[in-house]
Design a protein around this ligand. Sequence first.
Ligand code: F6R
Length: 241
Amino acid sequence: MKLYIVKDYDEMSEKVADVIASQIILKPDTVLGLATGTTPIGAYDKLIEYNSQGKVDFSEVKTVNLDEYWGIAPDHEQSYRYFMDKHLFKRVNIPYSSTNLPNGMAPGKEEECVRYDTVISDVGGIDLQLLGLGHNGHIGFNEPDGIFYKDTHIVDLTQSTIEANSRLFASMDEVPRQAITMGVGPVMSAKLVVLAVSGEGKAKALRDSLSGPVTPKVPGSILQLKDELIVVADREAAALL
Ligand code: F6R
């Protein structure tokens, strides 16, 4: 593991973008595993800048996102598909057909989980997986639980995640109660994992993930089994390390 402690969100974003950009320069047909949420927006902005300056070419890149709300259509403003289109895909030269997310409106839950695992294996697995960290230590939507789930699965979101995500919805009632998420299998099989963490609210989750016991009660703790891990944390998030 390499740990970079940086000053603030902007420095974290630049560092993360530089790692992703370097990966794409070295391997233009990189498969990126991507996350949504507040954490990666700054890094995506930087990548858009690098792309417009001709420094990074997304034309051969493929992407698989971690997760999607269940029961929300791709064109819903709070869907993760909408988020990715808005914050990255429609602003770089990536072919739209090379971008993949689970479909939260698929007719069958089990079938959609199997389909998404097939998508991940069909692209050849993930070269670089970008992760944010939930306040409760979740990665993707792998919430604290009794076991680690290896494959794509449906999750009931915890109350704390529903509350954290409600800031983006008109009311708490509108926040979906379920999501579909990649399991820890493809994340841990990625050639490189980049964990980005910002803000004091994440300090305990980061400490528990990196130095507590490896337990599904803190999903991020499984990253302790990953040598090829880069953690980029700002000072506030790293305060308890
Ligand atoms: C989103 C995802 C989540 C977020 C986490 C942190 O695709 O996988 O695990 O990374 O909830 O969210 P933010 O960045 O909004 O604090």
